[in-house]
Design a binder for this molecule. Structure first.
Ligand code: ZN
Length: 65
């Protein structure tokens, strides 16, 4: 139903200014929360809100502060 459309929207949310350092592919916002981002948020008492990105091509994960 609406699920497929939601997936397309997430995939299209490309971060234009950021490229994968390994393969040069597009980084997209990851819907799965990575552990490092969660820990950083807890340690900083919520002041830091890191976002998780994932390379579209090689699936390498990045955390941006
Ligand atoms: Zn990559």
């Amino acid at each position: 139903m609406g699920l497929l459309d939601l997936d397309k929207i997430i995939i299209k949310r490309t971060v234009l200014s950021i490229r994968c350092t390994v393969c040069g592919g597009n980084l997209v916002v990851s819907d799965r929360k990575c552990h490092f981002a969660r820990i950083a948020r807890i340690v900083s008492l919520g002041k830091v809100k890191p976002e998780c990105y994932e390379c579209e091509t090689c699936k390498k994960r990045y955390t941006l502060f």
